[in-house]
Design a protein around this ligand. Structure first.
Ligand SMILES: [Zn+2]
Length: 403
């Protein structure tokens, strides 16, 4: 029997509409202030459809009209901007000795940045209860400001699978922990999604949305913590790999005879250019900021031994970055975390190694820069991930599409 469709089915229609709402929302995000006619001209949607979609977005308080009009040929056009005043996105970053929380509005404006001492390594259950307590306070603050939480994304330093289960976070002592599920339970079904991802992945999303090279389609973020991980964005999308474990550049072996790595192997990037190696010894998380300050002071004063050590660490790091340049041809590699304060002394050596070792001329155009987002980049990236969900069609209120 031959069947024919006589137009979109209701479910398809809802899906198309949600997609179109997201298209219009993204256009306003990127081009505000803009008019309905601008949206129609650029998206190819007809004017009646755009008017209906904009009315929907205004109802959801995602977009608002400004008092301003722009005089074009003929009638003046009412201009549209992002609204989002009743919403907030939350990102949380779990570290060995602290938890960072960031809340942003729909346009990415910072609403709150908190850093709280935290001591991981009780049990994952105890750790989740402590994190849930912090999240509840952030949600409470947002509620007092009459903002509904759009979602929460949590950054964890470790292997996180594509389902968001933390398979291994050695520094936190976690293994096979469904932190997202446990957090949602601890928050007693909070009415928003809870996602979990690797810290480098989320920091890369923060760079893509908020960083100095925002909008770069091919970007790699390198965490500069005790461990070194990469968050990889190619063709505009975060690349997690088959199971979610991409980006473990910290355990690429650069020197088979090099120093022992925490992973049990030798001469990994992390062992020769992680922050412990840069500073010349293993340090507790609490000691690192102090030691970095001392190192910066000594480097500024021209201390020859410190300058030589930073140059050597920069060369090792550059060898690692050249692997990325040869393999992925990124436009930009962003050094984050504790690499940032040391960047003035690391970057010249890193850049020299990359241009010397990449097979493509001039390092394949790969720039290496220091992050401008500070130490809470991964937490900010959690908020960015929530905003990405909204931009891809998971809109608050009314029709929504699960993507
Ligand atoms: Zn290793």
């Amino acid at each position: 029997m031959i069947t024919s469709t006589t137009g979109p089915q209701p479910a398809d229609f809802a899906d198309v509409r949600a997609t179109n709402l997201a298209v219009v929302l993204r256009f306003v995000r990127e081009h505000a202030p803009c008019s309905r006619a601008d949206i129609a001209a650029s998206t190819g949607l007809n004017k009646a459809t755009v008017s209906s979609l904009v009315a929907d977005l205004i109802d959801r308080r995602l977009v608002r009209e400004t008092g301003l009009t722009e005089n074009r040929v003929g009638r003046p056009a009412t201009m549209l901007v992002l609204d989002g005043s009743p919403y907030a996105a939350i990102g949380v970053e779990i570290n060995v000795d602290h938890v960072s929380a960031v809340a942003t509005g729909l346009a990415g404006e910072r609403l709150l940045t908190w850093r709280r001492a935290f001591s991981a390594g009780g049990s994952a259950g105890q750790d989740v209860a402590a994190v849930a307590a912090i999240v509840r306070r952030v949600v409470g603050r947002m509620a007092r400001d009459e903002r509904q939480v759009l979602g929460l994304a949590v950054a964890v330093p470790g292997l996180v699978d594509v389902q968001g289960v933390v398979r291994l976070a050695p520094n936190l002592g976690w293994r096979d922990a469904d932190i997202g599920g446990d957090l949602a339970k601890a928050l007693r079904d909070p009415g928003f999604t809870v996602q979990v991802d690797n810290d480098a992945n989320l920091a890369a999303l923060a760079e893509q949305r908020f960083g100095a090279r925002a909008g770069a389609a091919d970007l790699v973020y390198l965490t500069g913590e005790i461990g070194v991980g990469a968050g990889i964005i190619l063709d505009g999308r975060l690349r997690r790999g088959a199971l979610g474990y991409s980006g473990e550049i910290g355990h690429v072996q650069l020197d088979p005879d090099g120093p022992a790595c925490r992973c049990g192997r030798r001469g990994c990037l992390e062992a020769v250019a992680g922050i412990g190696a840069v500073l010349g010894r293993d340090l507790s998380p609490a000691e690192i900021p102090v030691e970095i300050e001392d190192t910066v002071r000594a480097a500024r004063a021209g201390d020859a031994a410190v300058l030589a050590a930073l140059d050597a660490a920069g060369r090792s790091l550059g060898r690692g970055v050249s692997v990325l340049a040869n393999l992925l041809n990124p436009e930009v590699v962003v050094l984050g975390g504790y690499y940032v304060p040391l960047a003035p002394w690391l970057l010249p050596a890193v850049r020299e190694e990359v241009s010397g070792r990449a097979i493509a001329p001039e390092g394949g155009g790969c720039e290496v820069v220091a992050s401008t987002l500070g130490l809470d980049a991964a937490a900010l990236g959690g908020a960015a991930r929530v905003l990405d969900s909204v931009d891809s069609g998971r809109l608050p209120g009314g029709i929504s599409r699960i993507s």
